[in-house]
Write a protein that binds this ligand. Sequence first.
Ligand code: CP
Length: 311
Amino acid sequence: MSKNIKKFISVKDLDFNFIEKIFYLASNFKKESLNFNFEKEIISLLFYENSTRTKKSFQIAAENLKCKIIDFEIKTSSIQKGENLKDTIQTLLNLGSRIFVIRHSISQIYKSLIKEFEEENIYIINAGDGSNEHPSQALLDLFTLYEDVGGFKELKNKNLVIIGDCLHSRVARSNIYLLKKFGINVSLVGPRALIPSCFEELDVKIFHNLKEGLSKADFIMVLRLQKERQEHSFLNNINEYIKNFGINEENLKANEINIKNIKILHPGPVNRDVELSSEYMDNKNISLINQQAKNGLFIRMALLYDFLNQL
Ligand code: CP
């Protein structure tokens, strides 16, 4: 086993064998609770941005594997005295931690870290970097789709529409890269301001109205309107967004889209009754959102298990 830095940064680095292994482990962890023996390992959770699902599922996954956890509190740490991320990681490494789960507002923050720590036997896990990638989210989304259709072969040629704020979305980018590897037809729907022309390079169809965009959809992945990242006003008016792109009964009826043929995903958190109606969100026949959250735990447990065995 190499003693250099290891990384889980981008879905672009993941091959089919790795994903198959992670899904196999996640399915087993879901079925039965096993005894693990990683008491000596310390996993650091460094969340520079807010999180519920990702942070708590990594935490419970680490606890299930019997690891120790450093639940790093940004607000009460020496980061408030000006300590940078590199020095923070070095300090936690000195204390014995070898896996670092990091969420950060800066896209590609990992590039410099990987250089700084290239000779260390540690794992850097991207838990979401700016608007760049969120690889564990895309894996749990793919796993949820895989379970829903019943296998990898069945995913081929399914039509999945990502709708909403693609501009700011690391979830959209990771899912586009990952789902296309499995033969899923990915298209994007939303206002021009939230789907800039750079997405055309990713070989996805782009639509700016619901009727065309959703006409063949098997799955809709609704994205949160990221109000906190809208420094400039990308949207004139939230009500106008809801009227044109909100996934709700009124809009789908008006655009002759039959919701009975569609399943809905959302990475969360949801702005209820903005990008998605409460009625659809809470409808268990339509919504896969609770499955996504549950699968997040087992996918992250499988990832940590695999990574711990590589150290
Ligand atoms: N989907 C997701 O990343 O949610 P959190 O921000 O709650 O982790």
